[in-house]
Design a protein around this ligand. Structure first.
Ligand code: DLL
Length: 430
């Protein structure tokens, strides 16, 4: 298909950075005041920090107001809501992978904005009205399924609400309904590919033209693997429940150079995760997002925990762009002085020919010393006699490239448990 993401765009998508900032600035003033006046927890946080909406005239004043953390949301979850419960049209909850779930809510207007931004995202990914969209993100409290669903419908696509799981049925539906677009976590897409091969099918022989993949970190190497294996474009989609759900930022199919943040609705900052000091464009740090238009659950300077850097827009010139998320600050593994993220391990796994793109980092502490064991598996066409060589190759790469002294285990195809949603990459047994 043509790798085109232009034509029929929302005017703001072709606006300049100054024009986008002007819209964001005006909305920021509204959002900060709305949150302060209607969310008791936001007001308490502002008051405690001696901050007030009157101090926020423009985007440059954001640094005057306090951050919001995941712990803050948990401490007084309902106090974050800025409309009466009766005005909520829907509730979702964060996946709670790193703790208790957070409840988030949407007014009818918020849902409409979300659908519009998801439609924008699917379009940027190469989706077009009239296409069929196979949605294999989980439906339910997770924002992936329903978020994708309403966006696909809004764009004028045919949504197929498959949800996650029942892998054989996924394959049958792809063969029967011939979707052009699939929305799914990259790890579950790989599991579907494996299952297709087990059934004697070639994953590249299908109707799919683009995969809109996200909800978990994945690497450039994984994109190469997926595009070759499925014969389609693979682009990145980012979002989080606390801020909205999927569709906060989207990679354009024509540039594949990171994700444009829809900054007319979410204003980004990058901060030093240790000091909280805002960093200039281009420097790596923690992504902080401020909602500009949400009524039910506004978030001001929400610390996402996600690590990336800000870059100028390309395919959407006025929208700030982020590099693909390398991981979360709390995913970092520290093994005897060396630091690494699972996504860096993924990069190395993908460099060893003969290893499948599945892995699990297991952390143990047998004799008061941390030990990292990277469990991997061989590709189906690899002889068992070569497993030791593959293990040695990965071990050497981890040491040379990441400074990680790790044990490596290579199992048979299928040895690593497959996920139907977000893959678990770290098992901490310490
Ligand atoms: O995962 C929303 C979503 C659904 C995004 C479908 C994309 C597609 P949560 O369950 O609240 O929401 O998890 C949010 O997942 O803070 C990141 O750590 C991670 N994450 C989401 N998208 C990406 C991505 C959804 N493209 C958390 N790359 C976020 C890396 C991602 N990490």
């Amino acid at each position: 298909m043509s790798a085109d993401s232009r034509g029929g765009l929302d005017p703001i998508e072709t606006a300049s950075a100054d024009e986008v900032a002007a819209v964001a600035e005006e909305r920021l003033r509204w959002s900060v005041r709305h949150a302060y006046e209607n969310s008791t927890a936001t007001r308490a946080a502002f008051d405690a920090a001696g901050a007030h909406p009157d101090d926020v005239h423009g985007l440059a004043d954001l640094a005057k107001v306090p951050f919001t953390t995941k712990a803050d949301l948990r401490a007084d979850n309902w106090g974050r809501f800025a409309v009466p419960r009766a005005e909520l049209a829907r509730i979702h909850a964060s996946s709670g992978t790193t703790g208790l779930a957070t409840v988030v809510g949407y007014t009818a207007g918020d849902l409409d904005t979300w659908a519009t931004l998801m439609a924008r995202s699917i379009r940027a990914a190469g989706g077009r009205p009239g296409m069929t969209v196979h949605i294999a993100y989980g439906y339910g409290l997770f924002t992936g399924g329903l978020g994708a669903h309403y966006g696909a419908e809004k764009l004028g696509c045919t949504a197929v609400p498959v949800s996650s799981g029942m892998t054989e049925r996924q394959i049958k539906l792809i063969a029967d309904l011939r979707p052009e677009v699939i929305m799914i976590t990259p790890s579950y897409l790989l599991a579907i590919g494996d299952e297709m091969e087990r059934m004697g099918l070639d994953p590249a022989e299908n109707s799919l033209q683009v995969g809109i993949l996200g909800a978990e970190p994945w690497t450039e190497g994984m994109r190469v693997e997926i595009e070759a294996r499925f014969g389609m474009h693979a682009v990145d989609i980012y979002g989080l429940s606390e801020v909205m759900g999927p569709g906060v930022a989207q990679e354009c199919v024509d540039s594949k150079d990171g994700l444009h943040i829809w900054a007319d609705h979410f204003w980004p900052e990058i901060i030093d995760p240790q000091t909280g000091v805002p960093l200039p464009e281009g420097e790596r740090g923690e992504l902080v997002l401020t909602s500009l238009t949400k009524a039910a659950f506004p978030v001001i300077r929400y610390r996402t925990g996600d690590l990336t850097r800000l870059l100028p827009g390309t395919s959407r010139p006025g929208m700030p762009r982020i590099e693909r998320i390398t991981g979360r600050a709390d995913d970092m593994m520290i093994v005897r002085g060396a630091n690494a993220y699972p996504s860096q391990v993924e990069q190395m796994v993908l460099r060893v020919e003969g290893l499948a793109p599945h892995f699990l980092c297991v952390l143990t502490r047998p004799d008061r010393l941390d030990v990292l064991t990277v469990r991997t598996e061989a590709r189906p066409d690899v002889e068992a006699s070569r497993y030791d060589d593959l293990a040695g190759a990965l071990q050497a790469l981890l040491l040379a490239e990441l400074g990680l002294g790790a044990k490596v285990e290579v199992g048979e195809p299928g040895a690593i448990e497959r996920s139907v949603g977000k893959a678990r990459r770290v098992l901490d047994l310490r």
